[in-house]
Design a protein around this ligand. Structure first.
Ligand code: ZN
Length: 388
């Protein structure tokens, strides 16, 4: 028998052990069901390139959504196939367009289901491009700004129909800003935008084009979708969009891991390294600074008041960083308790009793009973709610 110190396989021995130490868990809450609803069919039609997926008739879309909801899914993403296509994509923003009708039908049947709508023009354009296209013989040009106007109009009509999120998938420049402005200007501040900030021109979307009947009739999408060889450009584009448009990437749904990147990389307040996501050093430093300010030893406030203030900071911080690696949290909890113990010790006029004695005098549970927000416990609760 070899004398091995590390036998990582021990933790892989049974399903129970593997479940116990699994880092990533998926539940029905993490999925969005795409629904293709067509004005051209009266009953569901199979999609050849996506076995088991169908184009639905408008009459079936609400019951299909209800079925998904009953199975635990919480969100659907609607793609529309209109009866009529033209060069201005007029069906895309018609009040009684196929998507607009579908949203209303779903919301009437399942008001709690999150309804996301794909916002693009290709399904509604006779030529299948994602924007207004000008042709000059063999050459064609997709006009950015004209297309953005129509995209904003489309998003607005989806919001008016009751969509929770609009999802522009077109890759025109500046469309997210334009959509945000249009929504806000029409009292739809609450409607969110889920944008494909870095969408590559690739065969990956082929089956979706079949499903949505939107392959381009001439040329390809390389003048607006990104070159798939450009990973750096993609990250830059995402970063710029999040900054200029005040967008948030859902950190729980975003996994950007580049194994080739030495030492990991920072993005949106997180540090990504070898498949793990940590808060950035800078974010931690800022958090500690705030806590330090609230827990000075000569702070004259009552413990309850101090904890209240610390809790407010911690809750806000946790809301954003809750999907960080689990080892982020326990050291922070210990550090905060140490700060509080130091205040308590000073109040008792005790000196130099050392941390061990403080620990005996004010155990961790003492702070729990005083309602101190516990990051580790909150993180555990979060993980449980994901698997439920
Ligand atoms: Zn498109």
């Amino acid at each position: 028998m070899r004398k091995l110190v590390h036998r990582p396989r021990r933790l892989r021995n049974s399903a129970g052990l593997r479940n116990l130490v699994r880092e990533t868990k998926l539940s029905a809450h993490d999925f969005v069901l795409p629904l293709f609803v067509s004005e051209r069919v009266t009953a569901r039609q199979p999609i050849a390139s996506m076995p088991g997926v169908f184009q639905l008739a408008l009459a079936e879309v609400a019951s299909e959504s209800q079925r998904a909801y009953d199975l635990g899914l919480q969100a659907v993403l609607l793609f529309g196939i209109p009866e009529k296509k033209d060069e201005q994509a007029t069906s895309a923003y018609a009040e009684n367009g196929i998507v607009q009708q579908a949203v209303r039908a779903i919301k009437a049947r399942c008001p709690d289901l999150v309804v996301i709508t794909d916002v693009c023009l290709c399904e509604y354009m006779s030529h299948g491009h994602c924007g207004v296209t000008h042709r000059d013989g063999e050459h064609f040009h997709v006009s950015n700004d004209e297309s953005v106007e129509l995209l904003a109009k489309t998003a607005l009509s989806h919001a008016a129909a009751g969509a929770d999120l609009v999802a522009p998938s077109d890759m025109m420049d500046g469309r997210v800003g334009a959509i945000r402005e249009t929504l806000d200007g029409n009292a739809f501040e609450q409607v969110g935008i889920m944008s494909y900030a870095a969408k590559f021109a690739s065969a990956f979307y082929g089956p979706f084009r079949d499903a949505a009947e939107s392959p381009p009739q001439f040329g390809d999408r390389r003048s607006y979708q990104m070159d798939c060889a450009n990973g750096q450009e993609a990250l830059r584009e995402v970063a710029r969009w999040t900054q200029t448009n005040g967008l948030l990437l859902h950190p729980g749904k975003t996994q950007i891991v580049d194994a080739a990147e030495k030492g990991g990389f920072d993005f949106l307040g997180f540090h990504f390294e070898r498949g793990h996501r940590w808060p950035r050093k800078k974010s931690l430093r800022k958090l500690k600074e705030t806590i330090r300010g609230a827990t000075r030893r000569n702070n004259g406030q009552s413990l309850a008041r101090i904890i209240e203030r610390v809790n407010r900071t911690l809750r806000g911080w946790f809301e954003y960083f809750k999907h960080s690696n689990r080892w982020t949290f326990p050291p922070l909890d210990s550090w905060i308790r140490m700060r509080l113990r130091s205040i308590l010790r000073r109040r008792e006029g005790r000196r130099g009793r050392g941390r061990g004695a403080d620990h005996q005098r004010w155990r961790n549970a003492y702070f729990d009973t005083h309602g101190l927000f516990n990051l580790e416990a909150a993180h555990n609760r979060e993980c449980q709610s994901l698997t439920r």
